[in-house]
Structure formats: C-alpha cells, structure tokens
Ligand binder design. Structure first.
Ligand SMILES: Nc1ncnc2c1ncn2[C@@H]1O[C@H](COP(=O)(O)OP(=O)(O)OP(=O)(O)O)[C@@H](O)[C@H]1O
Length: 347
C-alpha cells in the first residue's frame, strides 16, 4: 500500500533578471521565489492496483514520484511505501520497488546491458530461478538479447528504455514506479511493454504506479487514476469514474428508412438545443450532448420517439477529452528563476 499524507514539496528559485546586467546583479542581490510543486497531496493506493498518476506538464507528478522513491524529501507531510518512509530508509525502500524515470538511467553507462543485469542480480540478491524466469520473459517480449554487448551510453533511447524497463522488474519488486516508460518506443515495443507489465501484475500482484502522457499506455495498463492539477489531487478513483466526469456524452445510431442524414441531424439539433448531430462511420449518426443539460434517458427517449433505430450504442467518453478539460486554462508562464533549494540526490 502507498500512502501520501498532506505531502508538500517546495523549491526555492533565485529570480534571474533579464540581460547581462541582470545576470551580474543576480550575483549580488538574490531574490527568491518559492514554487510549490506538490501542494498538500493526500492519497492511498492499495496494494496490487495499477494506478495512472496523471497531470499536465508541471503538475507535480515527477516530484511526487521522487518522494515516493526516496530521491527527494518532502518539505512537509509524509509518504509511506509498504509502511516505509522512502527518503528516511532509502535502501530498505529500494529493495521493494522498481523504478523507471524516462529521463534518468539506473543502468551503468559504460557497461553493456547483460553486465548491468549481472550487477543488479548481486545488488538485489536475486534467486537463480527468478533471474532466469525474468530474462526469458524479457527475451520473449522485449528482444533483450538484441541489445548485445553495446555500452548503455551507445544505445538509442528506445533500446535503453527496454533495458530500463527490464531492469526495474528484474528483482520482482512489490511496487513499480514508471515515469514516462514508453518514451522513444515504437508501437510494437509499446505493446510489448504493456503486455509485460500486465503479465507481471497478473502473476505477482505487483502494484503499478504509472505516469504517462500516452493515453494508450494508461488505457492498456491502468485500472485506476489519480489526477493532479497544479500540485493538488483533483480526481482519485477508477478510470471508469474519471470518464463519467466527461462534460459531453454521445450516442451513435443507425436510422432505418431515412437515407438522407441531413434532415435527421437538423431535426435532432432543433429538438434538443445545445446538442450536436454529425455523420459517423457507416452512415450512422453521432449525437453529442452536454451531460449537465441532458440525461442519456432524455436523449435516447427523443431519438426512439422520432426515428426507427436499427442499432444504437453509447461510446465511452474520450479520456483525452476529459483530461483536456481538467488541464485546460491552467498553463503557467515558464519560470525565469534558477533552482536554489532542491536536494535531489542520486537514484
Ligand atoms: N529541482 C527543481 N527545482 C526547481 N523547481 C522544480 C524542480 N523540479 C520540479 N520543479 C518545478 O515543480 C513543478 C512540478 O514539476 P514536476 O517535474 O514534478 O512536474 P510533472 O508533473 O512531472 O511535469 P511533466 O509532465 O512535464 O514531467 C514545475 O513547476 C517545475 O518547474
């Protein structure tokens, strides 16, 4: 189980004045500004859940993951991963977790992937049977042998990410934190990574915390979502519940006996003000309605009264649309400050 209680992380930034004179002035008179990257976040992630940690750029996801993995200490509040405060007991925490940060490596830069894995095997004291089973899985799904004996620093981003993902699971951790794990992967490998994590989860009950801007990753892997906006949790629950917050819903139907969809669309838009009707695939008509003005029963009742519906279904709201609305309008101007207080250490 993972718990965050009123978790806060602030960074102190030194304000930089524009131009050369400004840079010189910064050397002598420093003005500071505090950025609250994580603003009193509280949540509980049950053991065995596959949770998407979602938020717009700069929402505080990576900072939270860094505290959960012990890389950063909270300014206030606390978090617990399997009963351990990660930043106080980094080693004990590290034994039970696997981590992928798209931007950082846990591998040895000058060593090949097999050499890095041999070191990890020793570090984590991985039993032979577990090591062999996991390598076989990575051969099957990630084609890990193809990475050969090339030093990690010479691998492409996609090749390195395959190795990072494998390394994060090598010791059968109880919890994995994956921050943008599919960066640089092609479609086939993305699918393989999704299969891999789902297989490991099914066999071992691994708790998965995933941050990703790739909606397909979230949909393929996660059953629940934590959505953060400007450092605060704005939704916690199943992905299904998140989709239910959509402000627009849809119905798609096939209308028998009316070959010309134009008048049908016009009749719907006249009869249900605020609703839009458009042509969908196979000559069907799609009706999009605002969820705060109409219930699905009202819309369906209207359609059944007037048209001969051959086929009718309600497509799931689009997760991307839901997130776009949550993120919308909250973009901040990029900071002109320089970090002055972060204590980020090595992974
Ligand atoms: N070491 C640091 N020093 C100063 N500010 C930081 C530092 N790390 C993060 N921040 C600031 O904290 C805020 C949250 O950053 P964070 O990286 O956690 O966001 P994120 O949700 O992971 O974003 P993204 O989706 O772009 O990866 C941002 O405003 C960022 O500029």
């Amino acid at each position: 189980m993972i718990v965050a209680e009123h978790l806060v992380k602030e960074f102190r930034l030194t304000e930089r004045k524009p131009g050369l004179a400004g840079s010189l002035a910064t050397l002598f008179t420093r003005e500071h500004r505090v950025v609250r990257a994580v603003d009193g976040v509280s949540f509980t992630i049950p053991a065995g859940a596959k949770t998407a940690y979602i938020g717009a750029n700069g929402a505080g996801k990576s900072t939270t993951i860094k505290m959960l993995t012990g890389i950063m200490t909270p300014t206030s509040g606390r978090c617990l991963v399997r009963g351990i405060e990660p930043y106080r007991h980094r080693q004990a925490n590290a034994r039970g977790i696997g981590v992928v940060f798209g931007q950082r490596s846990q591998l040895w830069w000058d060593l090949s992937v097999p050499d890095s894995f041999r070191i990890l095997r020793r570090v984590y004291d991985i039993p032979d049977a577990v090591y062999r089973r996991n390598l076989a899985l990575y051969r099957e799904l990630l084609d890990i042998d193809a990475l050969g004996t090339t030093p990690v620093r010479q691998l492409s981003l996609g090749q390195r990410m395959r190795a990072e993902i494998a390394a994060s699971l090598l010791h059968d951790p109880a919890v994995v934190f994956w921050d943008e794990p599919t960066i640089g992967l092609d479609m086939v490998l993305k699918d393989a990574v999704r299969q891999l994590v789902n297989r490991v989860h099914a066999e071992l009950g691994t708790t998965v915390v995933l941050t990703s801007h790739d909606i397909a990753d979230i949909a393929a892997i996660c059953d629940s979502a934590l959505v953060v906006d400007r450092g605060r949790v704005v939704h916690q629950g199943s992905i299904r519940d998140l989709l239910r917050t959509a402000d627009r819903r849809s119905v798609v139907f096939d209308h028998r006996g009316r070959p010309d969809p134009g008048p049908v669309r016009a009749e719907i838009e006249r009869g249900l003000p605020g609703v839009s009707a458009s042509s969908a695939e196979d000559g069907r008509i799609r009706v999009d309605y605002p969820a705060d003005r109409f219930t699905s029963r009202q819309v369906l009742g209207f359609l059944l009264d007037r048209f001969d519906l051959a086929d009718c279904y309600a497509p799931e709201p689009d997760l991307e649309d839901v997130l776009r609305r949550i993120y919308g309008g909250h973009r901040e101007a990029p900071s002109t400050g320089v970090p002055g207080g972060g204590e980020e250490g090595a992974a």
